[in-house]
Ligand binder design. Structure first.
Ligand SMILES: Cc1cc2nc3c(=O)[nH]c(=O)nc-3n(C[C@H](O)[C@H](O)[C@H](O)COP(=O)(O)O)c2cc1C
Length: 329
């Protein structure tokens, strides 16, 4: 019997566990990744980091790669459509000693796509290959005993008429990618409509590297179903983890045929949100942390009794002291 929860084997290293936090722009920062690791995530991906920003040493860009002390394993996701910029950006990425450097081939945002990056790479596979090769070449200069693995995160295709995820993954693997994540929606779908898990199954049959599934993972049951139905090696939680880092330990328990821990009571959720805020303030400073915490808090308190009133009060909170006061009450 194959086990649903297991290590992910990469060249020369292994990640203990196959339940990842997805790259989520505006959300998967060091503070949230740290909270998720604490609750059982095997590894977290940074939000997408611009290779251009890295070579210009933009402080804002470099800060996206802050690594929390409890992140024993670490994946940095980058985006670019220029192989030479990819190569030049790697030394800055290597300073964080990552296990994985992941290339974003799925972002649908016009600002990214119009420069040929993100999901636009799905339309230019020779370029996708060149960017992967450049990252692999850059990673091979690492001082670490084993260079970080290079991986890609792709979509099913640009639109329903061009479902080229298998060709894209094969191209990336040939260029040196050691793992492929698939968000099984097209670029045209964005984040709506249903993800097509059949694509994951087909991809798993087609390539020899670990395949990580993404799309519509909103519960531990859905996660286990994805592992069972598609045979994918691991998965990454995205929207389903927001305000719900407990999804990692619950999924692991279910995958191991144990009774999952019950959802925490409202006060434990609030305490976790507060711990999240304190961590974020440590990484990004109080002002930014308080501003960005609003969206996380909406997720933590979703469905709670009195959540709307709580939200109304935190909208105006600008300091840790105000947050502490309101949340503790
Ligand atoms: C707000 C938001 C930001 C995202 N940012 C990124 C990103 O930076 N890089 C990336 O590869 N995918 C990004 N994604 C896609 C997710 O990683 C994931 O593939 C997608 O949400 C599908 O999973 P879900 O249906 O379980 O949410 C983002 C998704 C959302 C909703």
């Amino acid at each position: 019997m194959t086990h649903l929860y297991h290590d992910i084997e990469l060249p020369g290293r292994k990640i203990p566990g196959n339940l990842f936090l997805a790259p989520i722009a505006g959300f998967s920062d060091a503070a949230f990744r740290s909270i998720c690791i604490d609750k059982g995530a095997s590894m977290g991906f940074t939000e997408m980091v611009s290779c251009d920003g890295l070579i210009y040493n933009s402080e804002k860009t470099v800060n996206l790669m802050q690594r929390a002390p409890n992140e024993e394993y670490f994946a940095v996701q980058v985006f670019t459509a220029k192989p030479e910029i990819a190569l030049k950006s790697v030394p800055t990425v290597l300073r964080t000693n990552p296990d994985v450097i992941d290339l974003n081939c799925g972002c649908p945002v016009p600002k990214v796509v119009k420069n040929g990056a993100g999901s636009a790479l799905m339309k230019d596979l020779p370029l996708l290959a060149d960017v992967v090769s450049a990252l692999v070449e850059g990673a091979s200069a690492s001082d670490a005993s084993v260079p970080p693995a290079v991986s890609v995160k792709i979509r099913s295709g640009w639109d329903s008429g061009s479902l080229n995820y298998i060709e894209a993954a094969e191209t990336a693997v040939k260029a040196g990618a050691a793992m492929v994540s698939l968000h099984s929606r097209t670029r045209v779908q964005g984040y709506s409509g249903k993800a097509n898990w059949e694509h994951l199954k087909k991809l798993k049959e087609a390539v020899d590297v670990p395949v990580i599934g993404s799309g519509d993972l909103f519960s531990p049951e859905a996660a286990v179903l994805m592992l069972e139905q598609t045979g994918c090696d691991g998965l990454m939680f995205s929207r389903g983890s927001l305000g719900n880092p407990w999804i990692f330990e619950q999924t692991r328990a279910l995958a191991e045929h144990r009774t999952p821990p019950t959802m925490p009571a409202e006060d434990e959720k609030i305490l976790t949100a507060l711990a999240h805020l304190e961590l974020a303030a440590g990484f990004n400073g109080e002002t930014k942390a308080c501003r960005e915490m609003k969206k996380h808090l909406c997720s933590y308190t979703k469905g709670n009794e009195g959540a709307a009133a709580l939200r109304n009060r935190i909208v105006h909170s600008a300091s840790l002291a105000e947050y502490r006061e309101i949340l503790k009450r």
